[in-house]
Design a protein around this ligand. Structure first.
Ligand code: ZN
Length: 81
């Protein structure tokens, strides 16, 4: 018998094209400081603090703190639209 290593015709990770109504700006989210209301936008990043545009919340250093009120990441909440 032979092991066929050629990829299957239907790849399991195929993404459905145009599944949603094109309004979602990629996948970027916003996080709001529950203490002072300052908002971190993943798409915009925080270049003045060395955080490049497009940096995900999860990729921000755990010791990062709110630029306004100096609380930690645990005091931020995901902004739901
Ligand atoms: Zn804050």
């Amino acid at each position: 018998m032979s092991l066929d290593e050629s990829p299957a015709p239907h790849a399991p990770d195929a993404q459905p094209a145009g599944a949603s109504s094109a309004a979602t700006a990629d996948d970027f989210k916003q996080w709001v400081c529950v203490i002072c209301g300052w908002v971190y936008d993943e798409a915009a990043g925080l270049p003045e603090e060395g955080i490049a545009p497009g940096t995900r919340w999860a990729d921000i250093p755990p010791d990062w703190r709110c630029p306004l009120c100096d609380v930690g990441k645990e005091d931020f909440a995901l902004v739901e639209f």
